[in-house]
Ligand binder design. Structure first.
Ligand SMILES: [Zn+2]
Length: 281
């Protein structure tokens, strides 16, 4: 069943509001209500500028338009707006051990990796509704995807244990999983993504993971945000055939051996394996 994600978020809101109404004084409830209304207005603005995003309970990348850079008019999204009752909590405190971008030349890392110890509690970064939660053996391991009222989604991967299920409404700071190293991972860490229309964006400049602080509450999205995609889409790869050397491959693509070594994170002593994928441009 597919219904519009934005519509779905509104339903989530009604639920969240009813939760907020319980046990809170009327004044506080009223302030929070107006805060949520403001968030909704901001959401409608985003909705007007972007095509519909479909609600999907089976794919992490439910919506990932290839031409997103052309679709998006510049928009400012609040990661936190405490006056309006919308908070951001850093999901786990720790060293950022791998950033957003090309890794070893050919592999693109669409998130941020934060060091943790197995069993550390990981919390939701913002209020929202769990769109997807499950196990992805070759990639995220135990993971969840949370949709937020500001139009963003956050993805959390490699948990040792999941603490949420789809359709759960969570508040910023609520535990959602225990840190681990499940899926495609070489050691305990949190793989964290912030996504706009299903496309991961780099938020490393906005968050200080080590000190657990949001440095900048506003995320500006524009064509510039997605400039890495054109680079990624224009990348050219070569599958190494038996007997091929770096020299042969470099000559074939009109580049230097030194360029191939740098682009693929190799050394001059690296031995190529037949079937190995090399980025050549
Ligand atoms: Zn990662």
């Amino acid at each position: 069943m597919k219904i519009c994600i934005l519509l779905r978020m509104r339903l989530g809101f009604v639920y969240a509001l009813s939760l907020l109404g319980i046990g809170l004084g009327l004044d506080t409830t009223r302030t929070r209500l107006s805060g949520y209304r403001a968030n909704l207005a901001a959401l409608q603005q985003i909705e007007a500028q972007t095509p519909k995003v479909w609600w999907d309970r089976s794919h992490v990348s439910a919506c990932r338009p290839k031409n997103i850079a052309e679709l998006v008019a510049p928009v400012e999204i609040y990661l936190a707006d405490p006056d309006k009752g919308f908070h951001f909590v850093v999901p786990v405190r720790g060293r950022l051990n791998s950033g957003f971008g090309f890794r070893r030349g050919w592999q693109f890392h669409f998130g941020l990796d934060i060091d943790l110890r197995t069993g550390d509690t990981v919390v939701a970064a913002m209020d929202g509704e769990v769109r997807l939660a499950g196990y992805d053996p070759g990639g995220y391991g135990y993971f969840c995807v949370i949709a937020h009222p500001n139009g963003l989604e956050t993805v959390y991967g490699h948990f040792s244990r999941l603490l949420v299920t789809p359709e759960m409404v969570v508040k910023a700071g609520d535990p959602i999983g225990l840190g681990g190293s499940t899926g495609y991972s070489t050691g305990p860490h949190l793989h964290f993504e912030v996504r706009f229309m299903g496309e991961p964006v780099d938020v490393s400049a906005l968050i200080d993971f080590e000190n657990g602080q949001l440095l900048e509450p506003v995320l500006t999205i524009s064509a510039e945000t997605f400039k890495h995609l054109s680079q990624l889409h224009s990348a050219v790869y070569h599958i190494v055939r038996p007997g091929e050397s770096l020299y042969v491959i470099a000559r074939r693509y009109g580049v230097t051996v030194r360029y191939l070594i740098a682009l693929n994170g190799l050394s001059t002593r690296s031995v190529l394996r037949p079937g190995q994928r090399l980025r050549v441009r």
